[in-house]
Design a protein around this ligand. Structure first.
Ligand code: UD1
Ligand code: UDP
Length: 367
């Protein structure tokens, strides 16, 4: 019987996926005890606590404080920490989100302790094993008892991998639950005023994928392209710590023209949503931002060769330009000249995903 549920989060993109589910489970306290565990993979205030505050999510019940490290170090520390927690306070179900190292580590431990596992955002595949996230997704899905899928490609991928259909549930995109819930509040942010931007007259960029930022040559190409685009439109770049460290290490910090191409600290969720929603275009290598821009109808230029979220390209406003200088310039030029891609919102990206997941858990509780 599923009653005690531990939800585990670790890094920025987990928080907006967990918040709506914690809230929904707490509406059914007669049926479920929800416990929130934070591994501490992300620990800076601007990547962690700020999101708890803005998403109105209570302090985690347990904080493992694992911090940064190599993949093996970080994954191992999370496994050791979460194993003690699960042995001491054994839940009936563990819920993990997305594709980060915390997701993988927790899944392995839950599976070995024979605790039921649910994966929110299951089935996404980039088919690129050079992305650490792809390995995390494949292993997590293989071990999960409940696979909550956000878009149609996820259903197809899981079916192709031979996953038992009874484990798969098309519940929609939970990130959009948070977006829908917070958009009105985000609109009140004064971030545009602070940056001296006018609506629809600026672009916003984020960059943190190792394939783009751990490689000096790649990072330099991207910065050259963005500097060029910033001659035509102001660009703001809330910079992830991985990227900031590398810019410094590669001696590229001065390659950012501070006038029309501004680098700022990572932004809180509400400021960032406002910035996205009012921008003329977004340039990114983020997973979640490809989805948010599709929902918002904002052109998204993705600096990657592939995406595990193909509905944002097939249906949404996303285009993949790879890491090619000319492609990046051309894609931005198209938007600036009014030839931006329009799109539609994929099925079940409607703000009700958490409700659907909890309905399924209630049904399973009775079985
Ligand atoms: C992680 C996820 C990635 C996700 C991203 C979201 C993995 C393998 N990667 O990447 O899928 O898209 O989060 O932002 O799980 N650092 C800080 N402060 C922090 C956290 C990290 O300064 O609070 C710095 C450290 O130098 C650290 C580096 O950023 O070594 C990378 O952090 P890490 O959590 O390993 O990976 P991300 O690149 O953040
Ligand atoms: N985000 C934010 N502030 C920023 C950059 C991103 O709040 O400065 C939000 C963004 O709106 C989205 C999420 O962080 O909800 C995406 O996380 P990220 O790009 O770090 O990870 P990914 O989705 O690539 O795993």
């Amino acid at each position: 019987m599923i009653k005690n549920i531990s939800l585990v989060v670790g890094a920025r993109p987990n928080f907006m996926k967990a918040a709506p589910l914690v809230e929904e489970l707490n509406k059914h306290q007669d049926k479920f005890n929800a416990k929130l565990i934070h591994t501490g993979q992300h620990y800076d205030h601007k990547l962690s606590q700020l999101f708890f505050d803005q998403l109105k999510m209570a302090k985690p019940d347990v904080y493992l404080g694992v911090g940064s490290g190599s993949h093996a170090e970080q994954t191992a520390k999370i496994m050791v920490g979460i194993e003690s927690e699960f042995i001491e306070n054994r839940p009936d179900l563990v819920i993990v989100f997305g594709d980060i190292n915390s997701t993988l580590a927790v899944s392995i431990v839950a599976a070995k302790l024979c605790i039921k596992l649910a994966h929110v955002e299951a089935g996404l595949r980039s088919f690129d094993n050079e992305m650490p996230e792809e390995i995390n997704r494949i292993v997590t899905d293989r071990l999960s008892n409940f696979l909550f899928v956000s878009e149609n490609s996820g259903l197809i991928n899981l079916e192709n991998e031979g996953v038992n259909k009874e484990k798969i549930f098309f519940t929609g995109n939970i990130m959009i639950d948070s977006l829908v819930k917070n958009l009105e509040e985000a609109k009140k942010s004064d971030i545009l005023g602070n940056l001296s931007f006018s609506p629809q007259q600026y672009a916003c960029m984020t960059l943190h994928r190792p394939s783009n930022v751990d490689n000096r040559e790649m990072l330099e190409i991207i910065l050259r392209a963005i500097n060029k685009i910033s001659n035509k439109i102001p660009i703001v770049f809330p910079c992830h710590p991985r990227t900031k460290n590398n810019l410094r290490e590669f001696g590229l910090d001065n390659n950012i023209d501070g006038n029309n191409f501004k680098i700022v600290e990572p932004l809180g969720y509400l400021d960032f949503l406002k910035l996205e929603a009012e921008s003329q275009m977004v340039i990114t290598d983020s997973g979640g931002i490809q989805e948010e821009t599709t929902y918002l109808g904002i052109p998204c230029i993705t600096l990657r060769e592939n995406t595990e979220r193909p509905s944002t390209v097939d249906q949404g406003t996303n285009i993949l330009v790879g890491m090619d200088y000319n492609n990046i310039i051309k894609a931005a030029g198209d938007v600036l000249e009014g030839r931006q891609k329009t799109g539609s919102v994929p099925d079940l990206w409607d703000g009700k995903t958490a409700e659907r997941i909890v309905e399924i858990l209630i049904k399973k509780q009775k079985e």
